[in-house]
Design a protein around this ligand. Structure first.
Ligand code: WT7
Length: 627
């Protein structure tokens, strides 16, 4: 492994070209990187390839068609296995069905699905014909789906009647109907519906059943190559403003990053490993480490429809034992949840097949790291704490198994080929043990290529703070050994159970309610979920004359946020206040509100326009009038 570090530091571009050559190129590239117009990078520009071909056809042609690609476990306990050949045949039919519905290269297709094999088939079919997928997490509300469909001007939605969530059918098709109601989302021509839960759904003129469309479709489909920089997908993520941004990834560079890191970080032995990443495909982790990385690398992987607690907390550990999972990749929140329940649940299962344990999405505290290591990994497995983002497309900072000694709580080193720095406000590198801003100093293949439809926002958000460098939004420090410790977001993005949320987005959802005059949202420290949403609202006196009690108001507003954005954004607590702490220039001082929400003594209030505001909020809080 040290070889990789050496190779990459000797000639970074040659190193990346070598990694890219692990893919199948319909037309080989001759140029590695064009960085003449930063921040708009072009990787492997004159090459052509097909993402779906790299995930499927290639393995079948190499004689590995009978290898199992997916071991699917449904929440109710149903199972299904797909070999690479089977996955390919289904994908070909789905690709033909999409073409039959008028989807062409470059068109956007929204995917709003549960974690079932058809979701992966749908994604690979979209990519196969050069269309652009925009997966919207099934837990997002119909309104969130609508705004994402509109922003991307999607032509088609692929959904399911429902997905199983804690024993019940979560009605996805119904949410699509709501998103499209009243003539909304006019760009959508058809809705393809996978039958999963068999709950009742209403069918309109745009709706078609997936199984019928696939049955009617031809079974042969030849994948053609697309330009390396052809858009592969858009994935919406929260930023510091109210409007989510559509992060754009393109084909050649993204696939290079996803497959290289999946192989390297997990020390992959593709012949024997059974891999399981618990992420939903609605997030970037699902894109890179359920779909593209593992499938390009031809592994056998488990996918599970449900959540870790259903039907019981035993489920995950049963699955690991049943399939002899050797590589397991999950989020610290899940680890902390199991830690709280106690090790008996885990100890009751034979987890001796595990070899590598991954962590992603938020900092993993040393206690959780040690528990993961000892209880889940039997003190035998390597832990890889992987830092990356929707924007980076693939893991950038992580230990490599066996390369050096791991350290609980530190993501440690930039991967070979990646160059990171930690700088102060002026862009000057900080000393060791001093906190600063994490930057990425050289372009990398799987970097985002833009914010859909908004090149200005792309430049301003990521490239303006430290000219020439990508600014990630995270704080970090190097320790005395030069290992990196991530310190969390420095902006108004918060992380709840590894899900990324924007305080501004939740605030705008709140003020859309006619009772709310003003809202401030903070991420308060939470033992299990890392951060939790806490909202402070000022009510409109004229609107709430005959409104219910404050407790009811808080409950109604929490439901409102769920309806507007989705359950993941539901505030843990809403406090009704009469004023918010503001600076003289009118900026809300969230730092002070965070102190209140965390039950800490309120810090320095000298910059407040009215310093009595905080004592009023504190008094109110201690009188118990909150949700
Ligand atoms: C933000 C990106 C990475 C895929 C899933 C989340 C935080 C992510 C770690 C880690 C500390 C981490 C950062 C980052 N984050 N991984 N290993 N240690 N923080 O992707 O939703 O785009 O969120 O997640 O704050 O900026 P995302």
């Amino acid at each position: 492994m040290t070889d990789l570090y050496d190779l990459a530091s000797k000639d970074r571009l040659a190193f990346w070209a070598d990694q890219a050559k692990r893919l199948f190129w319909h037309k080989p590239f001759t140029k590695t990187l064009d960085w003449s117009n930063p921040p708009f990078a072009k990787w492997f520009e004159d090459g052509q390839l097909n993402a779906s071909y790299n995930c499927l056809d290639r393995h079948v042609i190499a004689g590995n068609g009978d290898k199992v690609a997916l071991l699917f476990e449904g929440e109710p306990g149903d199972t299904k296995t797909y070999t690479y050949s089977e996955l390919l045949s289904e994908t070909k039919k789905a690709a033909n069905a999409l073409v039959g519905l008028g989807v062409q290269a470059g068109d956007r297709v929204a995917i709003y699905m549960p974690m079932i094999p058809e979701t992966i088939i749908a994604i690979l079919a979209v990519a196969r014909i050069g269309a652009v997928h925009s997966v919207v997490f099934g837990g997002f509300s119909s309104e969130s789906l609508r705004s994402r469909i509109d922003d991307a001007q999607a032509k088609l939605v692929i959904t399911a009647d429902g997905g199983y969530r804690k024993g019940k059918a979560h009605p996805l098709k119904e949410a699509v109907d709501q998103a499209l109601a009243d003539g909304n989302c006019p760009s959508i021509e058809h809705v393809l519906v996978v039958e999963r839960t068999k709950n009742e759904v209403s069918f309109g003129p745009k709706d078609l059943w997936w199984h019928e469309a696939l049955e009617a479709a031809a079974s042969e489909h030849v994948a053609v190559g697309f330009d390396s920089e052809h858009p592969l997908f858009i994935l919406y993520t929260s930023g510091t403003t109210g409007k989510p941004k559509g992060i754009l990834h393109t084909t050649g560079g993204y696939l290079t990053g996803a497959s290289y890191t999946h192989k390297t970080v997990f020390g992959l032995k593709s012949e024997t490993d059974i891999y399981w990443c618990t992420a939903d495909v609605g997030w970037i982790t699902g894109h890179s480490y359920v779909i593209y990385g593992p499938l390009v690398n031809g592994v056998t992987q488990v996918i599970y429809e449900g959540t870790p607690d259903s039907p019981s907390f035993e489920r995950w550990w049963q699955i690991i034992a049943k399939y002899q999972v050797s590589i397991f990749y999950t989020a610290p929140t899940a680890i902390r949840t199991f830690m709280k329940i106690g090790r008996e649940i885990v100890d009751g299962h034979d987890l001796s097949s595990l070899r590598i344990l991954g962590s992603v999405g938020e900092p993993i505290n040393p206690e959780a790291w040690n528990w993961y290591h000892q209880v889940v990994g039997g003190s035998r497995c390597e832990i890889v704490d992987t830092w990356w983002q929707t924007e980076t497309g693939s893991i950038l900072i992580s230990p490599i198994p066996g390369a050096f000694k791991t350290k609980p709580g530190s993501a440690q080193r930039a991967l070979p080929g990646i160059s990171v720095g930690i700088v102060d406000e002026n862009g000057v590198p900080v000393e060791r043990n001093v906190a600063g801003y994490l930057t990425i100093d050289e372009p990398w293949p799987s970097m985002l290529r833009g914010v859909w439809g908004d090149p200005t926002r792309f430049k301003e958000t990521y490239w303006n703070k430290f000219p020439g460098k990508y600014f990630a939004g995270d704080g970090a420090r190097f320790d005395e050994d030069g290992d990196i410790w991530l310190l969390g977001r420095i902006d108004d993005v918060i992380k709840v159970s590894g899900h990324r949320l924007s305080t501004a987005e939740i605030e705008s959802a709140l003020v859309e309610h006619h009772w709310v005059a003003e809202a401030a949202v903070v991420g308060a420290k939470d033992e299990i979920t890392e951060q939790a949403v806490v909202a402070f609202v000022i009510l409109r006196q004229d609107e709430i004359a005959d409104a219910p009690s404050e407790t009811d108001i808080a409950k109604i507003l929490r439901d409102w946020v769920t309806q507007k954005i989705g359950a993941i954004a539901r505030p843990r607590q809403i406090m009704v206040v009469t004023e918010l702490p503001k600076t003289r220039s009118g900026k809300i001082m969230r730092r002070l509100l965070r102190d209140v929400a965390e039950g800490k003594p309120v810090g320095d209030v000298t910059t407040l326009a009215d310093s009595s505001v905080m004592s009023a909020i504190n008094d109110k809080l201690h009188s118990g009038a909150s949700d």
